[in-house]
Design a protein around this ligand. Structure first.
Ligand code: TXA
Ligand code: MG
Length: 349
């Protein structure tokens, strides 16, 4: 049984947080909200507790886990000799949706990092995450709280949908704000690499790390062996049904979506479409389930709604789900990345 503890997302109740922190210290697993998505946390110093995360998520042991801290000083418990660049980048973006790869410190067991000599570290800004880490008094290792290769969970309900019964406590602080995972930067490689676009836009990172290079994550990377860095498998964030990214801008984009939907309907399939508010009325005459993501002009809102609406639509039993193209500025790069991976590369040009 998983215990559900409601907490105020801004001012989390000390009693609930203390109870969850004790569980972490006892080797238990606690799911908690961050500003990006929910995490499934364990004491990062406790190899046995961390092992339980891999089992609960059915996550391959080759995929390393992010360690969460709640102060700049705590970086010393996780990282061995942080570089000057890492300190500068941390001062600029922490607390916040940025994960930094550095050399793994001695106290962090190998399984946290899938045996790598590096470690991913993040100082989140969500009050519940911070309160939990502080009360536990240890850094917390936490991947996104979803089954492996499923969309990340942005509500406690979606955590329970995937993982209910496999861990001790979920701190329910309501839906998360950003809705997409943190940006991951490898600051050991030269030049530094953006391994995963996320909550901090690429341009903002580039302003502080001028030689930052974007890793092409999903081209021809189908097996764990072919990866240049962990976490690059194309199949990721997937709904149960097939998903297609339908390319095309403006009027042409709507035309493409309509044609794709009609094609699937002729095959007798129940189509679901994720659309921007502006486009919804242009598709409503179709015999398809239309779900809105928010205004096209507010990419932050689209990002915040993407996984939650994708899971809702998937649960209605449609197949396939179609989604159109969004701009690539700001959080748009992360949105595109998640859509391409949820679609497993199925793109209709
Ligand atoms: O927003 C987030 O980052 C959320 C919240 C809970 O903090 N966490 C999250 O964790 O998305 P996860 O495990 O779902 O994704 C972590 C990513 C994976 O792609 C993993 O391969 C990569 O970070 N990663 C972790 N440690 C790494 C390392 N040492 N070197 C390279 N990549 C690493
Ligand atoms: Mg994940």
């Amino acid at each position: 049984m998983t215990e559900i503890l409601r907490v105020d997302p801004k001012h989390p109740e000390a009693e609930a947080v203390g109870h969850a922190a004790l569980c972490i210290c006892d080797g238990g697993l606690v799911a908690f909200p961050t500003e990006t998505v929910y995490g499934l946390g364990a004491n990062a110093f406790d190899a046995k507790a961390v092992d339980r995360i891999f089992v609960a998520k059915q996550r391959p042991s080759t995929d390393p886990i992010i360690v969460h801290i709640a102060s700049f000083e705590q970086m010393a418990d996780v990282v061995s000799e942080p570089s000057d660049l890492a300190k500068t980048v941390a001062r600029e973006f922490w607390p916040g949706p940025l994960t930094i790869i550095q050399r793994r410190g001695k106290r962090i067991p190998a399984n946290v990092s899938a045996g790598l000599a590096t470690v991913a570290v993040r100082f989140p800004r969500h009050p519940v995450a911070l309160a939990l880490i502080r009360a536990a008094g240890v850094p917390i290792a936490a991947p996104s709280a979803n089954l492996f290769a499923r969309p990340s969970a942005t509500t406690a309900q979606h955590v329970l949908e995937d993982l209910g019964g496999r861990f001790e406590i979920v701190l329910d602080g309501g839906p998360t704000e950003i809705g997409l995972e943190s940006s991951v930067v490898d600051l050991i490689s030269d030049p530094p690499l953006l391994l995963r676009p996320g909550g901090i836009p690429f341009d903002a990172l580039k302003a502080v790390i001028p030689n930052l290079k974007v890793v092409e994550r999903y081209h021809n990377v189908q097996s764990a062996e072919g990866q240049t860095a962990p976490g690059q498998l194309l199949r990721h964030y997937s709904p149960r049904c097939e998903m297609y990214l339908v390319m095309g801008k403006g009027e042409a984009g709507i035309g493409c979506l309509r044609r794709a939907a009609a094609g699937f309907q002729q095959m007798g399939r129940r189509v679901g479409i994720l659309v921007a508010d502006e486009d919804a009325s242009r598709l409503e005459d179709l015999d398809a389930t239309i779900v809105r993501l928010g205004s096209r002009s507010d990419l932050d809102q689209i990002g915040a709604n993407l996984f939650i609406r994708l899971r809702e639509l998937d649960n209605l039993g449609v197949n396939p789900i179609l989604i159109g193209e969004f701009e690539l500025n700001g959080i748009g790069l992360a949105i595109r990345d998640r859509i391409v991976r949820a679609s497993e590369g199925r793109i209709i040009e």
